[in-house]
Design a protein around this ligand. Structure first.
Ligand code: S3P
Length: 181
């Protein structure tokens, strides 16, 4: 039995483009796309921002773990995760059963620029940039340890990131595809 599933799993800090790249990949590969933020939102009947505001982060994290564990491990799919998914080792373990983990990274200033366009619940603080840096400091090693490979998205369009993901995914998930390429 395969230990790893066939999915492409996108992880990484908020604002690294996981959702957009996930949509591009799913369309190109004609695969179903599962986005844990969307699944949580559907499950709880409100936006992620409202979950944080009305029910709190703990409830969000519980629901995130639940929806994640309901994803099938034998399905070919593109899976998009929220930036905090790596905080629980059990989430990472399950994601690694689902498929190949791709960590999207971005340098600090490009990231803050992107995040300023849509402020996330966790960055609604007095000093969003300092909060972002602190969260990055804590999480970066977790993304690094969890992922099979890493793509720096700072200078790339979503289409270019999707190209890179597909290239690396073929190398990791289907090494035989290389010899025929
Ligand atoms: C979070 C990131 C968000 C969302 C929630 C918490 C985080 O997803 O899951 O606001 O803890 O980093 P994105 O990474 O898609 O912004």
């Amino acid at each position: 039995m395969r230990e790893r599933g066939l999915a492409i799993v996108l992880i990484g800090f908020m604002g690294t483009g996981k959702s957009s790249v996930g949509r591009t990949l799913a369309a190109r590969l004609q695969l179903p796309r599962y986005d844990t933020d969307e699944l949580v939102s559907k499950r709880l009947g409100m936006s992620v921002a409202d979950v944080f505001a009305n029910l709190g982060e703990t409830k969000f994290r519980e629901a995130e773990t639940q929806v994640l564990h309901e994803l099938r491990t034998d399905a070919e799919a593109v899976i998009v995760t929220g930036g905090g998914v790596v905080l629980k080792p059990e989430n990472v373990e399950h994601l690694r059963r689902l498929g190949v983990l791709v960590n999207l990274t971005c340098d600090e200033s490009a990231l803050f620029e992107r995040l300023s366009r849509r402020i996330r619940p966790l960055l609604q603080t007095e000093n969003p940039r300092a909060t972002m840096c602190e969260l990055m400091r804590v999480r970066e090693p977790l993304y690094r340890a969890a992922a099979d490979f890493h793509i720096d998205t700072s200078e790339l369009t979503h289409e270019q990131v999707a190209d890179e993901v597909m290239r690396s995914w073929k190398r990791v998930a289907a090494p035989h595809a290389q010899s025929t390429a």
